[in-house]
Design a protein around this ligand. Structure first.
Ligand code: FAD
Length: 433
């Protein structure tokens, strides 16, 4: 036992399958759970870094976690501000210098850890957001195959299985003795009043203001189970390119991104479903998609900061790439009906199908010759399921600035509309038909 420690919740707002939290609980006689909501800030392009949809989504998830912790006799200190300011102050008030947390292998998130260490805190980050442990990868992170299909084939050939999820943490260590001092220190970082949930259009594919779609672990686990119980996994491969509605894809991403749902838990429930009802190409394809999620995580560990350079991993500098049409693209006023419908949906609801994320990103990059970083930043601002690895990885992939040797993806919007919105219903829904 190491006495008192802080547990800093990052993108892991849950109690099930939580290796970092369990390790912290096992090692501490007193544990102070803390979450740091990001301070409001603008991007280099002038829009909010965290738009209203994601703010509301995270507030829901944090409120659910606080309630769960309180039911166990613990609590969650919700602060707003940079971790490098919040955590040293709270640690001092709690009489500790030890912080446990999840490891996130992206530059800004790693810089947060560096800043905490520079302030004198001892930080113990733990990797926990992938299906596999790093040591289970047959090729090691440094020798990750540059193409997703060979990554997947090697795992399949070698029968590498995801690690089993850990059970729910049912007991939390006591809070630190002097909580009055801790709460006093936390007052300097009191969160802004909760964001006002927007009224979502009826057409939203993921109405996160409805209780079954709320942020947080209880809704996440219930939603996954309902998806499986309704046997939607069996038809996933056929429906996954849908554009509108709750059922065409799993909709697990918002919970995975905030960590309210562990990917190993999701995969374990899917495997249990396959054992009970039979595996088919639908169930198998969900696993493939979860592997994509893993792949972009490993890619970050392999290439680190290089993924964030203007040219990405490409040897070619960004020849084009401007932001002249950014506002028109963001607001869905480019004149291209399918792209405009997609961008209106994203802005109005905080969610967009995978198919249309690709089409709209391709249009920005290849037709409007936009700066890929501005496009990625807009998705970051708007998506409730924003995930640093998946967003960066997918944008680089479509821009041709990642590891894939095929040099980017260009989607013809007219053909995409003919294939996926043949009767124009989706475009009509968003007023661009
Ligand atoms: C330009 C662009 C940006 C994206 N940004 C994000 C992001 O910030 N956060 C995010 O979670 N996903 C992102 N994606 C991937 C994908 O669009 C979403 O994961 C998916 O649409 C979420 O809906 P779902 O849960 O119903 O997915 P499903 O189709 O049901 O897939 C199941 C799960 O597999 C994973 N997955 C599926 N497709 C991908 C993919 N292409 N890359 C990585 N993981 C995938 C997700 O965890 C998803 O929840 C992006 C895709 C593009 C093209």
């Amino acid at each position: 036992m190491s006495g008192t420690a802080l547990y800093w919740f990052r993108n892991d707002l849950r109690l099930h399958d939580a290796p970092a939290l369990r390790a912290a609980a096992a090692a501490s006689s007193a544990l102070l759970p803390v979450v740091c909501l990001p301070p409001r800030s603008l991007t280099a392009w002038g829009f909010e870094r965290v738009g209203v949809h994601r703010r509301v989504w995270w507030e829901q998830a944090v409120a659910a976690l606080a309630e769960q912790l309180r039911a166990m006799g613990s609590d969650l200190l919700v602060c707003q501000g940079p971790a490098a300011q919040v955590l040293p102050a709270l640690a001092q008030a709690a009489g500790t210098s030890l912080v446990h947390c999840e490891a996130i292998g992206a530059p800004e998130e790693e810089a947060e850890i560096d800043a905490l260490r520079a302030s004198g805190l001892r930080v113990q980050p733990r990797w926990q957001s992938t299906l596999f442990e790093p040591a289970a990868l047959p090729f090691g992170v440094r020798r990750l195959p540059p193409v997703f299909s060979s990554f997947r084939q090697q795992l399949e050939r070698q029968r590498v299985r995801p690690a089993q999820p850990l059970p729910v943490l049912s007991q939390a260590p006591a809070l630190p003795g002097d909580m009055a001092s801790v709460r006093l220190a936390a007052q300097a970082f009191a969160p802004a009043p909760a964001a006002q949930p927007p009224v979502l259009p009826q057409a939203s594919s993921f109405p996160y203001t409805a209780s079954q779609c709320h942020g947080g672990e209880p809704a996440a686990l219930a939603f996954v189970q309902r998806y499986l119980d309704r046997r939607l996994a069996l038809t996933y491969k056929a429906t996954r390119n849908g554009l509108q509605g709750l059922d065409y894809s799993t909709k697990w991403s918002p919970w995975l991104a905030s960590g309210a749902l562990s990917v190993r838990e999701a995969q374990a429930r899917l495997t249990a479903f396959e054992q009970a009802h039979g595996a088919n190409e639908g169930t198998a394809w969900i696993t493939v998609e979860l592997l994509w999620r893993d792949y972009f995580r490993w890619l970050h560990l392999q290439h680190g900061r290089a993924l964030y350079r203007e040219q990405g991993l490409s040897a070619q500098p960004m020849a084009r790439g401007h932001v002249r049409h950014l506002q028109r693209w963001c607001e869905g006023r480019t004149g291209e009906p399918l792209v405009d419908a997609a961008m209106r949906e994203l802005r109005a609801t905080g969610y967009l199908s995978n198919r249309l994320r690709q089409v709209a990103a391709s249009f920005w990059l290849h037709e409007l010759e936009g700066d890929w970083r501005a496009g990625a930043a807009w998705y970051e601002s708007q998506l409730i399921d924003y995930d640093v690895y998946s967003n960066q990885g997918n944008w680089l992939y479509i821009a041709g600035r990642g590891t894939d040797p095929r040099g980017g993806r260009r989607f013809n919007p007219a053909k995409q509309a003919a294939d996926y919105d043949p009767d124009g219903r989706y475009r009509a829904l968003w007023g661009t038909a």
